[in-house]
Structure formats: structure tokens, C-alpha cells
Design a protein around this ligand. Structure first.
Ligand code: ADP
Length: 423
């Protein structure tokens, strides 16, 4: 294994894993902290991405889960560690980006790491240490209203310094623009000055590639998935990696296909409308009935089993915002959400027992619930269906093909075209 990554959430981990696959690395995504016994199996991949749920967990918990993961990744042979967080630097003055990065530095006994959340293709750029989302400073973007990690300061040097014990510096645009050698010199001089973390500017893809090049051999890198763009090339240059071909299809286990949609986002609702129009058999879950115990996972499973086995069928709870708001008002936001997630997970478990092996799941939280319900320990990353969403294959005793889609991702025909990539 060459690169060991730890991501602070599930969909961020997939995003990073895809970036590495595109760079020619055979990549596996592990759900949750891997256990030491996994090290030998993991060592057979070029890159391992551990998906934690540590973005907003208490700092101590985030640190202990990250270090436990780092330990297994090192044991499996990782040459370089990567701590992946959101490209909008989602965090608070307490953490978790700074404290987790510093804990990793201590763990690895190295003086310095770089921090770069930039991803210009997705509108995230860093200039003079200030993070822009599109044409707005971070604190003027919608991130200022985020329910868990509202971002009120666009200066990442200040944000990271407030979360960190050691000193934070900046490698500015002028240095990054001068290329990998200049960036490398700046990193060396930052370490000599005793800095622990440096924010690195990047406003173009070339900057990301050059920063990745300059970070060759650095024991720890932190940032968004964009900064991973330049990393596979380092391993290819040094002869450690023979790039794997990216296959256009996934060799999927035999079995029946099903779509479970728990996302209420506009994109997912559009995809459902498309699927209905295409004649895919569909069953709508009634959140009120579930909460009152009048609709059960067994009923949903029986309905799916009774559909034509040749094509996919769709079970969805997705409703328009007005209806969701009414349900939330009647039962409470958390209770309604948890009830829908639970029935999706239970239904998935029952479907597996009935021979369903191909799952397309819509919704970040819904995907997390289904993957946990199915007890999937790790996913091998396959071909990309639409930007940010790959087909994956589960590792472990149960062989499943899974596409886990963050609510807003995917083209309108996603639920229809995705199946054509399975062989
Ligand atoms: P997204 O990726 O679009 O944010 P998620 O699955 O992460 O989708 O979140 C959707 C949340 O809404 C989940 O907790 C889900 O259980 C909940 N939910 C889904 N359908 C309904 C509904 N009809 N009423 C209330 N809550 C719902």
C-alpha cells in the first residue's frame, strides 16, 4: 500500500477514493475504523481510504478514531498519510481539523504538514489564505448558515490557528505559481521556522498538481480531495505504482437490483420522476405510517420480491419539502429522519436474504444507514456513474454491488442508466 487516507465523512471518502482511482490507484474504502487484523488484506491495495464520521464529533473522539485508523494504515504499509476534510473547511474554533492534524503530526513524529482544501473545478479556491466559494468569500457563502459548522471567517490561517496549538503559516499564490521546486523550498523553510501547519494557496488545477508534486514523500498531507489529484503521479514517477486501467464496467455479483431513495433533494426527486416515467415499478413509503408502525420493512420487501425480477424496482420516501416539513412538524425532525433511515436499512437487510445483490441508494444519511444495516465493512471503488458517484463492490462475506449517491448528485436518468454499467 502506498497511500493511507482518513476522511472525516462517508461521501467525502468516496470523493477522494474516486480521485485516486482516476489517477490509476487501486483503491478500497473502509467504513469506520479498521481493525488491526485488516492490515494484511488492506496492504494489497495501492490506496486505502478510511471513512469516519468525525467531522462534528467531540475532538477527543475524532482524534482517537483517526489515530486508531492511522495505526492500521501504517501497519498495512502506507508510505504517506492523507487527512481529508471538506473543501469548505467545515469546522469550529474547537476543531476538528487543527487538533486531528496536530495529533497525526505527533503520531508520525514529523514537524510539518500542509493544509489545502482548494478544489477550483468545484469553485473552491484559496488566495492569500482566504477561501472562496465560487465568487464569494467563505464567510459570505451559504456556509455562514451551516447548522453544525457555520463559517464566519474566510482566512484559513486564522481559522486553523484558533484550532491549533502550533503555529500556522501560509505558502502564498506567488510561490505556488512558481512551481513544485519553489513550493518545496517554502515547505522546508516553514519547517525550519518551526511552523506546524501551512495553508497553501491554489486557484487552478495546475496549482493542485504542483502542490501534490511538491508533497512527494511528505509523511502527512491534509486537505480536500482536490489536493489528491497530484499524488498518484508521485508514486508512478518513483516506479512504485503501475497505474491500473479504469474499467468502464463493474463485475457485479449475480442477483436482483433495487433502488432505495431516502433523499428528498431536488436532484433525487427528479431522478424518481424519470424512473416512474420509464415504467420502473415504484412504491412510496409513507413516513406517517412507518412511525405509527402501519408500514413495515417486511411489507416493503414482499412488494419488491413480487415485482418483475428482470429489472430494478424503486422504494422511496422522498417527498417534496412541504410534505416533509409537515411530517417533521408532526413527529420531530430527528424522529422522522431516523424512522425512515431505519426502515430503509431493515428493508435492505431483508432484500439481501431474498437474493437482491445490486443496490442503488440515494441520500448521504440513507446510504450510511443502509451500509451499516448490511454490515458492509469495506467497498472496492469501481467505475464512475456520474461525477462523484461510483459503483462499488462490497468486501467481506456478502458480495454486493452498491452505488451510494449523495442526494444532490447524478443526472436525471441516473436510476435508469446506472444498471448498464454492471456486468
Ligand atoms: P441527502 O443526501 O439528500 O441530504 P440524506 O439521506 O442524507 O439525503 O437525508 C435525508 C433525510 O431525510 C434522512 O434522514 C431521511 O431519513 C429523511 N427523510 C426521507 N424521507 C422523509 C420523509 N418523507 N419525511 C421526513 N423525513 C424524511
Amino acid at each position: 500500500m502506498l497511500l493511507g487516507a482518513i476522511a472525516d465523512d462517508l461521501t467525502g471518502a468516496t470523493d477522494l477514493a474516486l480521485m485516486l482511482v482516476r489517477g490509476g490507484m487501486r483503491t478500497i474504502q473502509v467504513i469506520g475504523v479498521p481493525v488491526p487484523g485488516d492490515a494484511r488484506e488492506l496492504s494489497e491495495y495501492d490506496a486505502v481510504v478510511v471513512a469516519l464520521k468525525s467531522r462534528t464529533s467531540p475532538v477527543d473522539e475524532a482524534i482517537s478514531q483517526t489515530l486508531a485508523s492511522a495505526d492500521v494504515l501504517r501497519e498495512a504499509g502506507a508510505h504517506q498519510l492523507f487527512f481529508k476534510y471538506c473543501s469548505t473547511f467545515d469546522s469550529t474554533d474547537k476543531g476538528n481539523i487543527g487538533p486531528v492534524s496536530e495529533a497525526l503530526l505527533d503520531f508520525l513524529k514529523v514537524p510539518l504538514t500542509l493544509a489545502c482544501p482548494a478544489f477550483p473545478a468545484n469553485g473552491r479556491s484559496v488566495y492569500q489564505g482566504y477561501l472562496f466559494v465560487g465568487d464569494k468569500l467563505l464567510n459570505e457563502s451559504s456556509m455562514r448558515n451551516h447548522p453544525l459548522t457555520p463559517m464566519h471567517d474566510a482566512s484559513l490561517v486564522r481559522v486553523l490557528q484558533r484550532q491549533s496549538d502550533g503555529d500556522v503559516g501560509l505558502i502564498p499564490y506567488s510561490t505556488v505559481e512558481a512551481g513544485p521546486a519553489a513550493i518545496r523550498t517554502a515547505l522546508e523553510s516553514a519547517a525550519k521556522k518551526g511552523l506546524r501547519q501551512v495553508i497553501v494557496d491554489a486557484i487552478s488545477e495546475r496549482h493542485l498538481v504542483d502542490i501534490g508534486h511538491a508533497a512527494d514523500g511528505m509523511p502527512l498531507i491534509t486537505g480536500g480531495s482536490g489536493i489528491a489529484m497530484g499524488l498518484p503521479a508521485n508514486f508512478i514517477r518513483s516506479g512504485q505504482l503501475i497505474p491500473a486501467e479504469v474499467s468502464a464496467t463493474l463485475d457485479a455479483p449475480e442477483g436482483r437490483p433495487v433502488i432505495l431513495a431516502g433523499s428528498c433533494s431536488e436532484a433525487t426527486r427528479g431522478q424518481i420522476a424519470n424512473a416512474l416515467e420509464a415504467g420502473i415499478p415504484a412504491l412510496e413509503i409513507d413516513a406517517d405510517k412507518i412511525i405509527e408502525g402501519k408500514q413495515t420493512a417486511t411489507e416493503l420487501c414482499d412488494w419488491a420480491v413480487a415485482q418483475d425480477a428482470k429489472g430494478p424496482c424503486l422504494i422511496y420516501s422522498s417527498a417534496d419539502p412541504r410534505i416533509v416539513a409537515e411530517i417533521q412538524e408532526r413527529h420531530g425532525v430527528e424522529k422522522a429522519g431516523a424512522a425512515v433511515e431505519k426502515i430503509m436499512a431493515e428493508t435492505a437487510k431483508l432484500l439481501v436474504l431474498k437474493g437482491f445483490t445490486r443496490f442503488l441508494v440515494a441520500g448521504g444519511e440513507t446510504s450510511g444507514a443502509v451500509v451499516n444495516g448490511l454490515g458492509v465493512p469495506a467497498l472496492e471503488i469501481g467505475p464512475e456513474i456520474d461525477p462523484g458517484v461510483p459503483w462499488t463492490r462490497s468486501i467481506g462475506s456478502r458480495k454486493l454491488a452498491l452505488a451510494l449517491k449523495s442526494g444532490n448528485f447524478g443526472a436525471p436518468d441516473f436510476f435508469i442508466k446506472a444498471w448498464g454499467m454492471l456486468t
